[in-house]
Design a protein around this ligand. Structure first.
Ligand SMILES: Nc1nc2c(ncn2[C@@H]2O[C@H](COP(=O)(O)OP(=O)(O)OP(=O)(O)O)[C@@H](O)[C@H]2O)c(=O)[nH]1
Ligand SMILES: [Mg+2]
Length: 419
């Protein structure tokens, strides 16, 4: 049976819908952590109470609710200071956690690749570090309290003093650097192939992985290539890359990325920056938005802010307003660089057309001549550029191909100068 939890939040100056939505999201985060939210306490305040976050009157209400609902944990929507956690736990006699801890917990449970595991571990330790202040007792509680996975292991964490944690962070960072190097090598290989890269980006649960899978279905449909999609926050934690070949024989690489969320712990933003690096190398971004979500405009802005932070703001972008079937919007409709669609019903064909219009717009026809000794290049062009015609001549093959400028530039020396 899942542990029962009560959600708590302070409404500062945000409007009602944004606040309600944030609490709703906290609910979903709690469920994703295998907790069962059984009640909620909110309060409008001009600013957060330093000592107890909420006012003392509300604390009494919380105490009553704890007993009535038999809950054993309280989750605050705002990031709590070490002091606040200690004060609240003393006063309420139960575990107190915040949104950041939930997110760290979800990430640590779902991280699959060595890289993301290392990233999450570093983020957790960094979050823990400033919380190792105060009495020995609180040190143990705090250490154990970071992330729900480790709850109860306070005893062992007690021995980890500040320096040891710092050493561990340094060690993990070193290992992380090696893993990232490895990935860079992989990526270089891809670049060598001059492949065009399209990245799906956007808020968590918008439908990025679903769009990827639907495109894969149309491409060659191999089951094992499908990525994980689910109606839960942070279904995807790793970037996956898939090769897409269109009916027109044109090709590109499609990457699915980790979704963004409001109030993402900044240690995690930093930790995931390297995963998101791939995004900065894309030739085109497809920004997926759940248009049935009442807060989609905020999600759009937040995603654009993060894209700017990671240096991806100059990459051309198209907007895919997904889940139009759940909103009162007609679909599929394409307006300039925006498409309204429903990944599970229709619009994928139109989306692919829009993607093609962007990434293949630089494609031109080139006439090339390859000596017979360049057999590999000949098959390379057959696979990757589209060969419109070929003529076998004495000293080589003369081909008219349609390919990107990027690719043509690389094989410039084989180009037949127009006479
Ligand atoms: N009704 C409807 N549901 C959709 C549509 N597209 C995706 N979904 C559902 O939305 C949920 C989330 O989809 P995902 O593809 O996992 O979302 P994501 O953007 O990859 O999410 P993260 O990996 O968490 O960032 C799933 O339950 C999908 O079945 C759509 O067009 N209409
Ligand atoms: Mg996903």
């Amino acid at each position: 049976m899942n542990e029962k939890a009560i959600l708590a939040g302070v409404q500062l100056n945000s409007n009602d819908t944004a606040f309600d939505y944030s609490m709703q999201e906290l609910h979903e985060l709690a469920v994703a952590c295998e907790l069962e939210p059984v009640g909620q306490i909110t309060q409008k305040l001009p600013r957060v109470n330093n000592k107890y976050v909420i006012g003392t009157g509300k604390i009494d209400e919380l105490l009553a609710m704890l007993t009535e609902k038999e809950a054993s944990i309280i989750i605050f929507d705002e990031e709590l200071s070490p002091m606040q956690i200690r004060n609240l736990e003393e006063k309420l006699g139960c575990d107190v956690v915040d949104r950041t801890m939930l997110i760290l917990d979800i990430f640590s449970k779902r991280a699959k690749t060595r890289e993301s595991q290392l990233q999450v571990e570093v983020a957790r330790l960094k979050y823990m570090l400033p919380r190792l202040v105060g009495s020995r007792e609180s040190l143990g509680r705090q250490g154990g309290g970071v992330g729900l996975t480790n709850r109860g292991s306070g005893e062992t964490k007690l021995e980890l003093d500040r320096r040891k944690i710092e050493e561990r962070i340094a060690k993990l960072n070193k290992e992380l650097a090696d893993v990232v190097d490895q990935r860079h090598i992989q990526r270089k290989k891809r670049q060598k192939n001059e492949q065009l890269i399209v990245s799906l980006v956007g808020y968590t649960n918008a439908g990025k992985s679903t769009i990827m899978n639907t495109i894969l279905d149309r491409s060659d449909g191999a089951e094992e290539k499908q990525v994980f999609e689910k109606n839960m926050l942070f279904a995807t934690l790793e970037t996956s890359v898939r090769h897409i070949k269109l009916e027109t024989n044109k090709e590109f690489l499609l990457t699915d990325t980790v979704g963004f969320i409001d109030k993402l712990p900044h240690h995690l933003v930093k930790a995931f920056r390297s995963t998101l690096e791939e995004v900065t190398e894309a030739d085109l971004l497809v920004h997926v938005i759940d248009c049935a979500n009442p807060n989609h405009e905020q999600h759009r802005q937040l995603t654009n802010d993060i894209l700017q932070q990671i240096g991806a703001e100059d990459i051309p972008m198209i907007y895919a307003y997904n889940k139009a079937d759940l909103a009162e919007v007609a679909f599929p409709i394409v307006q300039d660089d925006t498409i309204y669609m429903a990944a599970k019903q229709s619009g994928i064909k139109e989306l692919l057309q829009l993607i093609s219009d962007h990434i293949f717009q630089n494609e031109k026809r080139y006439e090339m001549k390859f000596p017979y000794s360049e057999g590999q290049l000949i098959s390379y062009f057959n696979e990757h550029g589209r060969v419109l015609s070929e003529e076998y001549e004495e000293d080589g093959i003369r081909m008219v191909v349609e390919c990107s400028e990027k690719m043509a530039r690389k094989y410039e020396k084989f180009e037949v100068s127009p006479t």
